[in-house]
Write a protein that binds this ligand. Structure first.
Ligand code: CA
Length: 118
């Protein structure tokens, strides 16, 4: 059941990518930062992530998984995620996001060109 939910979220990303375009999608992903950050620190900490995880549909994630996310994304080692670290992490967590968007574009392009030829 939990796996299903994550899959649903991931399925949505290529659709979002198509709708918003690359730049719009980056903006959208980075917008998540403001929802999840600790407003006093201006950073995403494990505590703020846990508190706000429902915003990203992460409420089923265990403490360990949330902690792992912060550790994974923390590039400068201060134990929290700044906006840039969060954006990079979102991209790393959703590789099919970019692949999916490219595939959609390829398919659209192929359909057009084969239509022309035929
Ligand atoms: Ca950091």
């Amino acid at each position: 059941m939990e796996a299903k939910r994550v899959a649903d979220f991931q399925d949505l990303l290529p659709v979002m990518a198509q709708k918003l375009g690359g730049e719009g999608l980056i903006k959208e992903l980075c917008n998540g930062f403001k929802l999840l950050m600790d407003s006093e620190k201006g950073l995403i900490t494990f505590e703020s992530l846990k508190k706000n995880s429902a915003f990203l549909g992460l409420e089923d994630f265990s403490d360990k998984e949330l902690e792992g996310m912060v550790r994974e994304g923390d590039l400068d080692g201060d134990g929290a995620l700044n906006e840039k670290e969060f954006c990079v992490l979102m991209f790393r967590l959703s590789p099919q996001l970019i692949n999916g968007a490219e595939t959609l574009l390829d398919e659209a392009f192929l359909q057009k060109s084969s239509f022309r030829q035929g």
